[in-house]
Design a protein around this ligand. Structure first.
Ligand code: FES
Length: 114
């Protein structure tokens, strides 16, 4: 029985974050970061060395992404002034301003001013 020769493994991340990847500029805590286009905010911050995305409301302990698929909510950050954003589900956009989320945030209902 003949088998096909094995192809070289392809990294899931090589197309997005390889040496030829186009970059976009985001800001984290007022620091400019040039990151690959099309990746999530969580991925962009992690490859930039960020390890604390938010702090817990009770103890203030630092937290960082865990599941990277929208389940655990450990990756919450403030994006463009809006708190409680899941960074693992949000793609980077040029000029995006991201802040660490400290403790509990007030989540406002869209369209309400209270
Ligand atoms: S890392 Fe789990 S919801 Fe974002």
């Amino acid at each position: 029985m003949r088998t096909k020769p094995q192809e070289a493994p392809v990294s899931l991340f090589s197309a997005a974050a390889g040496p030829g990847a186009k970059k976009t500029r985001i800001y984290f805590e007022d620091r400019p970061l040039d990151v690959p286009e099309g990746i999530s905010v969580a991925s962009a911050l992690l490859i930039s060395g960020v390890r604390a995305f938010r702090s817990t409301p009770v103890s203030g302990a630092p937290r960082a992404p865990y599941c990277m698929m929208g389940v655990c909510f450990e990756c919450l950050v403030e994006i463009d002034g809006r708190p409680g954003r899941q960074s693992c589900l949000t793609p980077v956009r040029d000029g995006m301003v991201i802040k660490r989320q400290e403790g509990a945030s007030e989540l406002k209902h869209p369209g309400r001013e209270d």
